[in-house]
Write a protein that binds this ligand. Sequence first.
Ligand code: KIV
Ligand code: ZN
Length: 385
Amino acid sequence: MVHVNIFDTTLRDGEQSPGVNLNQLEKLEIARQLERFGVDIMEAGFPASSQGDFEAVKAIAKTIKNSSVTGLARAVKSDIDIAWEALKEAAEPRLHVFIATSPIHMEYKLKKTPEQVMQTAIDMVSYAKKKFTHVEWSAEDASRSDLDFLVRIITKVIDAGATVINLPDTVGYTTPEEYGRMFRYIRENVPNIHKAALSCHCHDDLGMAVANSLAAIENGATQVEGTINGIGERAGNAALEEIAVALNIRKDKYPFTTNLVLKEIKRTSDLVSRFTGMKVPGNKAVVGKNAFAHESGIHQDGVLKNALTYEIITPELVGVQSNDLVLGKHSGRHAFKDKIEQMGFELSQEKLNEAFQSFKQLTDRKKEVTDEDLFAILTDIQTAA
Ligand code: KIV
Ligand code: ZN
């Protein structure tokens, strides 16, 4: 089976959601959880964009050992130099450099001719290769670019040393059939494409980001980019948890493997939602509160007879616990510790004591402490300096 690499950009494209601003400790906590979730690559930020992002990328690069850490750079030397300073201590440093290739972006935004864009792309990939072994090059707005221009520029940037070619649907304009056809065309017409991985990156403006990503994978993409809960610029990015579950449940249609640990999905989603302040809608696929709830009598009857009548995904698969351990004012330290370990938290003795105190105080005000209450207490304590 073909392996698909998972590239998470929650901490970069996801953080570009209006109103979202993660601090370094929150970013680190999410990065640790993404590592547990098993993403192959995480884009930790855009180091040249601010001192705060630079520091956060540096801290994540130093901490994360089992995922490759990358950072974004425009096709300019200073961005690449700053990214190297932030990423050089990573276990596997990786650069993500991009330049737009569509006529509208080249003419109005970059004010460059296609030949100038091509030369800049070649020069910047060659420059980046002096430092980074792994260089991803993105053709921003690829889905609105001329296919033959894409073939020419991709061939040249691979010769310059790019190890991943990413073809984003930057404005969420494409359809599954069109996007799939673009990947097939690139696979069939770029002579040296076997020397690089081919990546897809979709936005959700028309609600097709996940479908477009799956079409790309069916047509030769070996890397898929997205964010947890589908957060991101405008209508967001492709939701990685939805892609992960589709690849798992529909192996008949998508015979691909990933390194993801699906039971970490719920926790990852909760953490991202809490730190970004972006609530997950109840009807959101895979991680919404109602994703496993059955309201109608006919459905409830069916599920009681055999859950598979109306449930194609089991809650356990994505780490939703059917938990009957209720914590209240009579619960002791042991049950509390057990419960928080089940929820995936690892706290020092000191933080555990602090969390237990907060829990006990809450039980004076509330008869039953819910998982949401605990999650709030624990994430606050975990990210307190
Ligand atoms: O959507 C996009 O084109 C991007 C690039 C920077 C890769 O996020
Ligand atoms: Zn994007």
